[in-house]
Design a protein around this ligand. Structure first.
Ligand code: ZN
Length: 401
């Protein structure tokens, strides 16, 4: 009787914890095969950069099993995860991405196809979020299941875009939208010394820039967020596009493991990162949409297939020109990197019709930089640099008409 009750509880309770155990993990040069002793609920993979790893989350499986590796992997780590799941992390010896995954053998086996790639492609994959795989529905029916694969984005947080206040009364003036990076549940980078959070620093800087630009009287200004609020990346440029902004400036602070890197950098959009560091930065900043493993973007972020058409090319040129002017104006006022203007596939810069830059104002991981960008003087220098560049940008645009 107690056995029957337990069985009922099993069915009523939905997916049981530990329905299956990882039996064996086989790493081959072109694939990873994971065998389970039962059917699992679902699996998903994602790439992680710095160091390069592939993570596999399996719902309904207990970690364990024999590992056999003859592939691109340096090490394999397994751990229990959540309520009845397992996480398996593959430390990669060389950059490789999962191109496809499928369940076979009545849902007892998952095969992930691998492709070796370069660092830039890996960084893009790391920014893309999860691939999901479901076991076949007809397992246990006696019929050999067809190979079955589903890749879907995680459910999204859909909400209405609340448009922010526009500062400045003259509607004939161009509109600049300042985007304070991160916010709410996403703190951004955190200073290892002081605990200073990127989301707080960027908001204060955004407000300083707003005040400086409004005082100039030459442009109107809006902020994507005026308080400690979480916005997905698409909402940030979405707000600016809805307001028909003429220029979009996303404010961030850089961060690296070591504390010695310093100076500001500006990024504009490109399909391919200008260097390794830019690719890493893009991977990091693009992850703002993936909080605690949940993808909050309304559509899956796919910047690997970013299509830059001709209209966008014009916008990209305008963005690059503004970036250069900003570099020139900032140089006498604040510490900037020698290689100031860089390119990367940053989601927040993806609006096709609005010049956009991402301004990394300094390194929050460097105590000197952090003190500067979080000081009144630092903010004033940043705001002045932007105001001068904005003046020149729109004066040139007027002149060319
Ligand atoms: Zn950031």
């Amino acid at each position: 009787m107690s056995f029957l009750l337990a069985l009922f509880a099993f069915w009523l309770g939905g997916a049981p914890a530990w329905a299956a155990t990882v039996e064996r993990i086989d790493v081959r040069p072109d694939r990873i095969v994971i065998r389970f002793d039962g059917v699992v609920a679902q699996a998903s993979t994602f790439a992680l950069d710095g160091p390069q790893r592939i993570a596999l989350d399996v719902d309904g499986a207990r970690p364990g099993g024999r590992v056999d590796s003859d592939g691109l992997v340096d090490g394999i780590r397994q751990a229990a995860r959540g309520d009845g799941g397992a996480r398996i992390v593959f430390d990669l010896a060389a950059p490789a991405i999962v191109t496809e995954g499928k369940f076979g053998r009545n849902g007892h086996e998952l095969t992930l196809m691998l492709r070796t790639v370069d660092d830039a492609r890996f960084a893009r994959a790391a920014a893309e979020g999860r691939m999901r795989f479901l076991p076949p529905f007809n397992y246990g029916s006696g019929v050999t299941p067809a190979v079955y694969r589903v890749s879907t984005p995680v459910p999204l947080a859909s909400r209405k875009l609340a448009l922010p206040r526009v500062y400045g009364d003259d509607d004939t003036r161009p509109l600049v939208v300042i985007d304070a990076g991160h916010g709410g549940v996403d703190p951004g980078a955190i200073s290892p010394d002081s605990g200073l959070r990127e989301k707080d620093v960027t908001l204060k800087i955004a407000r300083s820039i707003r005040d400086e630009l409004v005082a100039s009287g030459r442009v109107r200004v809006a902020l994507t967020r005026e308080d400690d609020k979480y916005l997905i990346l698409q909402e940030r440029y979405g707000i600016a596009r809805k307001l028909k902004a003429d220029l979009f400036i996303s404010i961030h602070c850089d961060s690296v493991g070591g504390g010695s890197a310093s100076g500001a950098t500006v990024y504009t959009l490109s399909e391919v990162a200008s260097d390794k560091e830019s690719a890493r930065l893009a991977a990091r900043e693009n992850k703002a949409d993936i909080i605690q493993g949940v993808n909050l973007a309304s559509t899956p972020v796919d910047i690997s297939s970013i299509l830059i058409d001709l209209t966008q090319r014009e916008t990209m040129n305008a963005s690059a020109n503004f970036a250069r002017v900003l570099g020139r104006e900032a140089k006498p006022l604040m510490p900037i990197k020698p290689n100031f203007h860089r390119m990367a596939s940053l989601v927040v810069l993806k609006a096709p019709d609005m010049p956009s830059i991402l301004f990394e104002t300094g390194y929050i991981s460097n105590p000197v930089d952090a003190a500067f960008i979080d000081s009144r003087d630092g903010r004033a220098a940043i705001a002045q640099s932007v105001r001068r560049a904005v003046d020149i940008h729109f004066a040139r645009r007027m002149a060319s008409r």
